[in-house]
Design a protein around this ligand. Structure first.
Ligand code: NAP
Length: 463
């Protein structure tokens, strides 16, 4: 009997996706460079339950029904290129190879073109939800040709998470690198969401002097309203988790966060595209500066801080966080909107807002508002133009300003909060002082400046 599809790469993600596929009655051929992982997975999942182990790539490929569908879940970068070269050499015209890793979208564009030349279908597929998502239902963002999508849709729709209406969290995002692009921006939005929550936690702890249990209760309450989301939910749980000795786990975790690069890629792409994604870069830099622990210890010794107890209420923090979240998503969605134009992807933002409702890390009630907005106005360039968010911002921006001001007065670092506000104050300004920037550039470098009235470029003899 032939296998329905094959999975290569059986570390955390591949092993869990393979089990999820087998749970849905697919016969899944599995292969990993290091055979021990394959053996381990069969031991964990059980023999003859739909996973068919292979220790040789040729036999693995030969075991698949045609057109063959091969899912790669290997390390992004050189690892993916190495496996692809081997696999593509064994596949035949019309076969489909899917890269489900976190590949950089420009690599995906290159790989798709190379595979197409060989007559193969290449799909760059963003998969979100980590280990649990892969096992129980991830949000899936495939990028590739319509023909390839139609062939893989019946398989991956079955294992995807469900949205608020119980539909599958999967749809074709666009051609070539579109799926990996939106997965990358998803991760960057996740960075900002997380950083905003962390800054609000810090305001509660140092500014309002709240105890872990009190903060946990507030987060649990927020999770029942507009801020309802996976990240708010787990923050509440983290805050109250105690170890066996009765100590709060959060309180002995080092304040130094790492990253795997998708936030950096998004910031670089924003710079390349000329899109002002202030908060995405701020959230990346916040992680970088957290890793400067030794330097922070040294410098903080010279600049003592006096914490003043702030008079903010939990309600104000909630409203500020909600306003900042709207502004973070405004930046992320605008980046996708403009990239979609540049790369001719025609990304459907309504569908994307639906796909992100389940399985992924940024899943949130909030995404239903985005879904409704893009249903009404599919080509909206900025969510701040929508009637709904205009009203929401006007109800909550005062609190964001107050929280930002309190953070500054109390020397509490709040890069994500401040950058969201800066984004808003800039994008909502009809006039900016960039006329002076033009004048300065023309003064010292004869770069010319553009005139208000006729838009003509002009050089002035300043001296
Ligand atoms: P990983 O640690 O990123 O990669 C390990 C896997 O890649 C192993 O199967 C390893 O094989 C294989 N590999 C690496 N270099 C190889 C090479 N040159 N030739 C053949 N195989 C090679 O695994 P992961 O965390 O499961 O992630 C898989 C992919 O999904 C990655 O692209 C990752 O970025 C993405 N992703 C991860 C998560 C997550 O939460 N972990 C979430 C979404 C997406 P060996 O066992 O032989 O070393």
């Amino acid at each position: 009997m032939k296998n329905n599809l094959g999975v290569i790469g059986l570390a955390t993600m591949g092993a869990n996706l393979a089990q999820n596929l087998a749970d849905h009655n697919f016969r899944v051929a599995i292969y990993n460079r290091t055979g021990a992982r394959t053996e381990e997975l069969i031991k964990t999942y059980g023999k003859d339950r739909g996973l068919v182990p292979f220790y040789n790539l040729k036999d693995f490929i030969a075991s698949l029904e045609k057109p063959r569908v091969v899912l790669l879940m290997v390390q992004a970068g050189a690892g993916t290129d190495a496996v692809l070269e081997e696999v593509c050499g064994l596949l035949q015209k019309g076969d489909i190879v899917i890269d489900g890793g976190n590949s950089f979208f420009k690599d995906t564009i290159r790989r798709e073109a190379a595979a197409r030349e060989k007559g193969l279908n290449f799909v760059g597929m963003g998969v979100s939800g980590g280990e649990e998502g892969a096992r129980r239902g991830p949000a899936i963002m495939p990028g590739g040709s319509l023909a390839a999508w139609e062939k893989i849709k019946p398989i991956f729709s079955q294992i995807a998470a469900k949205d608020f209406k119980n539909d599958c969290c999967i749809n074709l995002i666009g051609a070539n690198g579109a799926g990996h692009f939106v997965k990358m921006v998803h991760n960057a939005i996740e960075y900002v969401d997380m950083q905003l929550i962390a800054e609000i936690y810090w305001m509660m702890k140092l500014g309002l002097r709240l105890k872990n249990e009190q903060m946990a209760e507030i987060f649990a309450k927020w999770n029942k309203d507009k801020l309802n989301s996976y990240l708010i939910e787990i923050t509440g749980k983290i805050l109250k988790t105690k170890d066996k000795k009765g100590k709060y786990v959060l309180d002995y975790i080092l304040d130094s966060a790492g990253n795997k690069g998708t936030g950096k890629w998004t910031s670089l792409e924003s710079l390349d595209l000329g899109v002002p994604s202030f908060s995405i870069s701020a959230a990346v830099f916040a992680r970088y500066i957290s890793a400067f622990k030794k330097e922070r210890i040294k410098i903080s010794g010279y600049y003592k801080k006096n914490w003043i107890k702030t008079r903010l209420s939990a309600k104000q923090l909630e409203k500020a966080l909600y306003a900042a979240k709207i502004l973070a998503y405004a930046q992320g969605y605008e980046l996708i909107y403009l990239a979609s134009k540049k790369y001719n992807w025609n990304i459907n933002l309504k569908e994307l807002s639906r796909i992100w409702q389940g399985g992924c890390i940024i899943r949130a009630k909030f995404l239903d508002n985005l879904y409704r907005i893009f249903k009404e106005t599919p080509n909206l360039e900025n969510i701040l133009l929508s009637k709904y968010f205009r009203a929401e911002i006007s109800k909550n921006i005062k609190d964001l300003r107050e929280v930002a001001a309190q953070a500054i007065k109390n020397s509490l670092p709040a890069p994500a909060i401040l950058s969201c506000l800066t984004y808003f104050d800039s994008i909502a300004s009809k006039n900016l002082p960039a006329n002076l920037l033009q004048a300065q550039r023309d003064f010292f470098g004869a770069h010319t400046f553009q005139k208000k009235v006729d838009g003509e470029f002009f050089h002035y003899q300043w001296e």
